[in-house]
Design a protein around this ligand. Structure first.
Ligand code: NAD
Length: 364
């Protein structure tokens, strides 16, 4: 991810905020620092027209502050459109904590981060993302009510990852229906890149459906255990050149970029990672020209936000599953719209989301 994000900065040598290409009308960007705990975080509040800006916190060893800034801006903007296209009354926001979650995340640091979230008075509501666990959100909950993704013991909806995976599975099936005429994934070759919280659960769904599952990860131990557990094949070689039916990016963003796009030999891209297209317009268009169907990431990975939204709206498991299943219809409608209007699926999804935001702004 990192190389691509560096490239995405408009001027990698300077630390620009307003002129960062991903800034895109953010309402608020907050830089948080605490010397005692070593906390360095950035909170992006992109848009609150539909409701409070909800989005997870990512802890990552960014190579530079500008890389962290670009990441949070891209992620928080993405949350605005994810909530809008999913029909939720939420805005878009996201936070990043700079550091290695395995060695630098302490309870004190998380509590301090919670403090900063609290100071925003509810305009930003946090949750977990890469490098965070439900237990971290439980800690944050002890200093602010503006947190979701807390454990079931604490009254939360629990780990959102299996729900995210189920939504991705629904979106993938819709993409298959659109491309192959059937939503069944039996015998389809699916490459899951990243078998973490979401990836593992997706592998399970695919394996149960009878798909031929290939897995790729940088964590060798996980590869071995997931491969045995779900009868998935560990992929060796250059993943971007593999001949497959479906590529499911479930690691980090911007894997569809200038280096990889010309090599891709898949019919469908459908995965959980946020911001899969390094350049939404250009790479979206190139995929369309190459006949590769892209199921927009922010449409099909909305299961997690549906799950945490339940904590705010107090709906239960049955509603969570129903709304997540609905991702199948939403995806299919968007793919059909993209064909009808001869635009990329990403643009079609974006248009649906923007119309909802504009309608609310206009008081309709
Ligand atoms: P995770 O950290 O549990 O898993 C990520 C996995 O990707 C890890 O196993 C890691 O080893 C692997 N990985 C990292 N770099 C890799 C590389 N270069 N090649 C192959 N594998 C690599 O994260 P997660 O919660 O499973 O989320 C995965 C993606 O889905 C992230 O982009 C996240 O933002 C997105 N997402 C997650 C949720 C959710 O509910 N967890 C919701 C929406 C979107």
């Amino acid at each position: 991810m990192s190389t691509n994000l560096m490239d995405l900065n408009t001027q990698s040598s300077a630390f620009n905020v307003f002129s960062n290409r991903a800034f895109d009308n953010h309402e608020q960007v907050v830089f948080c620092q605490d010397k005692d705990t070593g906390l360095k975080a950035i909170i992006g509040v992109h848009n609150t027209v539909l409701g409070p800006a909800l989005g997870g916190t990512r802890m990552w060893s960014y190579r530079s502050e500008s890389e962290a800034l670009t990441d949070v801006l891209r992620l928080s903007r993405g949350m605005t459109f994810k909530a809008a296209v999913t029909g939720l009354n939420l805005g878009g926001g996201k936070a990043v904590i700079i550091g290695n979650s395995k060695i630098e995340k302490t309870p004190e640091l998380m509590l301090k981060f919670g403090d900063f979230v609290h100071r925003l008075g509810g305009s930003y509501i946090t949750a977990e993302d890469v490098g965070m666990e439900t237990s971290d959100m439980d800690l944050v909950r002890s200093v602010t009510p503006y947190v979701t993704g807390i454990s079931e013991e604490m009254g939360g909806a629990g780990n959102p990852s299996p729900i995210t995976a189920y939504g991705v599975f629904m979106g993938m099936k819709a993409a298959a229906k659109h491309t192959f005429g059937t939503s069944s994934l039996e015998e389809r070759t699916v490459m899951v890149q990243g078998i973490g919280h979401v990836g593992e659960s997706l592998v399970e769904h695919l394996s149960n459906e009878g798909a031929k599952v290939l897995i790729s990860d940088i964590n060798e131990e996980r590869l071995k255990s997931i491969s045995q557990k779900y009868n998935a094949k560990i992929f060796e070689g250059d993943l971007y050149k593999a001949t497959i039916d479906i590529y499911a990016p479930c690691a980090l963003g911007a894997t569809i970029n200038d280096q990889t796009i010309g090599q891709l030999n898949a019919k469908i891209i459908a995965g959980a990672a946020n911001n899969q297209l390094a350049d939404e317009q250009r790479h979206g268009q190139l995929l369309k020209e190459r006949g590769i169907l892209y199921a927009p990431d922010f449409v099909i990975n909305a299961g997690g936000i549906i799950n945490v939204y339940a904590e705010l709206e107090h709906y239960g498991r049955a509603d969570i599953m129903r709304k997540t299943e609905n991702i199948f219809d939403t995806t299919l409608n968007i793919l059909q719209m993209s064909d009808r209007e001869d635009i990329t699926p990403h643009q079609a999804a974006f248009n649906v989301a923007q119309q909802r935001i504009d309608a609310r702004k206009g008081g309709q």
